[in-house]
Design a protein around this ligand. Structure first.
Ligand code: NAI
Length: 372
């Protein structure tokens, strides 16, 4: 069981454990940092092996949200200002998700009185947020057709996330090759879910489908991709692991976290790692290893910030505005270029530079608060 020392290491502000006897809800809400505003982060519904795994995942993801939201604060010139948090519900979303359980989770969030704002994440959807709205207003990422207190929802944030990843990839290409010309570049995408599939659609237009290789654990996803883009190359789901061995310019992880690790790093034959997945580096030292191998890494919480931008825009007093979310998301590319330049100048990793940038945003706000 994680101890207080471990919680201190993650720097979390507060952790709430919720058990609801009637519905069987087992939920952990982690408030990581509220310096910039209410803690904003998705509600993950996942069949964790143990309570320890769930808590550790929640703490890690919540810390990531603090950094991501600090970067969004910077990108938006302070207009979008949220802290970092995350919640996890233990269970299999396909079997255990009931309306009563979602409502119990909504009540738990409501009791925090706005300290935490939830949204969709792995295992939850905008339709679930819709259900939760019955018991709390502190959820975001609601369906576009819904009008919450007269305000429109932002819907599924994944398409905007994919725009940010695509723009980020363009910046990476320009940094490495001096041009974002994609026609002759090769791409490998791991995961064809909500973001990965959208990314494939963008890349297939700008590059050549025959230069793209994709993989997913789910056969149906592969079949869908192949039927829409017959020229793309696909890996059999039983061999999805071979995505790490592909000779390519850009490897785009869009599935799970921790995939850049001691086992995979030496297999990579790419120049760039740039994708949507959260927590791609198993440990910070893997960022150093990528640098030593001459592989440019786009820090995950910067390149995948589009989804959180979408949700933050929805929370603004004027409600959701697609053009605004799109415009802020398109700033991800230039910010990455700035990060890459600083990393080269300081002979350090882009991950470290992005971390320092986020810390700087947090420090400035803390200093301001202290003066007040
Ligand atoms: P998703 O659940 O829709 O898609 C993930 C896909 O990856 C699924 O099709 C799954 O079958 C596949 N997959 C899982 N393990 C795999 C493996 N080992 N090899 C190959 N494929 C595998 O998730 P979504 O929303 O597309 O998100 C993808 C990643 O991006 C996640 O890590 C998520 O946390 C992150 N992310 C998503 C955002 C969003 O707006 N949806 C925003 C920011 C980050």
């Amino acid at each position: 069981m994680p101890n207080f020392q471990q919680m201190e290491q993650y720097g979390v502000q507060r952790i709430h454990h919720i058990y609801d006897k009637d519905t069987g809800l087992k939920m952990i809400i982690v408030i990581h940092d509220r310096t910039l505003g209410p803690a904003l982060g998705g509600i993950r519904f996942y069949d964790y092996l143990s309570e320890e795994d769930a808590l550790e995942d929640a703490m890690r993801l919540a810390r990531g949200m603090t950094f991501k939201n600090a970067i969004i604060h910077k990108l938006s010139g302070g207009r979008l200002s949220y802290g970092g948090g995350k919640s996890v519900i233990m269970g299999n979303p396909n079997k255990d998700k009931t309306k009563a359980l979602l409502l119990a989770a909504a009540e738990a969030i409501n009791e925090l009185d706005g300290e935490y704002i939830g949204g969709e994440d792995m295992g939850t959807y905008d339709s679930d947020m819709e259900v939760m709205l019955e018991r709390t207003k502190h959820v975001a990422g609601i369906q576009e057709t819904h009008s919450k207190g007269g305000k429109r929802g932002g819907g599924d944030p994944s398409p905007i996330t994919a725009i940010g990843v695509f723009e980020g990839i363009r910046s990476c290409l320009t940094y490495v090759y001096g041009t974002d010309w994609m026609k002759q570049r090769k791409f490998a995408i791991q995961g064809l879910g909500k973001v990965g599939f959208s990314l494939l659609e963008y890349l297939a237009v700008r590059s050549m489908p025959s230069n793209i290789i994709v993989t997913d654990k789910d056969t149906a996803r592969i079949a869908k991709a192949k039927s829409e883009y017959p020229e793309i190359n696909v890996l059999d789901p039983d061999h999805s692991d071979e995505i790490f061995d592909q000779q390519c310019d850009v490897f785009a992880p869009c599935a799970i976290g921790g995939i850049i690790n001691d086992g995979t790093i030496k297999r990579l034959k790419c120049k760039i790692v740039a994708g949507a997945a959260n927590n791609q580096l198993r440990e910070p030292r893997h960022g150093e290893m990528l640098k030593e191998l001459g592989i440019l890494y786009a820090p995950d919480y910067v390149i995948n910030a589009g989804g959180a931008i979408n949700v933050s825009v929805e929370l603004q007093p004027g409600g959701y505005d697609h053009d605004r979310a799109d415009a802020f998301t398109r700033r991800i590319g230039p910010l990455l270029t700035q990060i890459f330049r600083a990393a080269t100048a300081k002979n350090t990793t882009p991950e470290k530079v992005a971390g320092e940038m986020a810390e700087m945003v947090l420090k400035s706000r803390r200093d301001l608060n202290n003066v007040d």
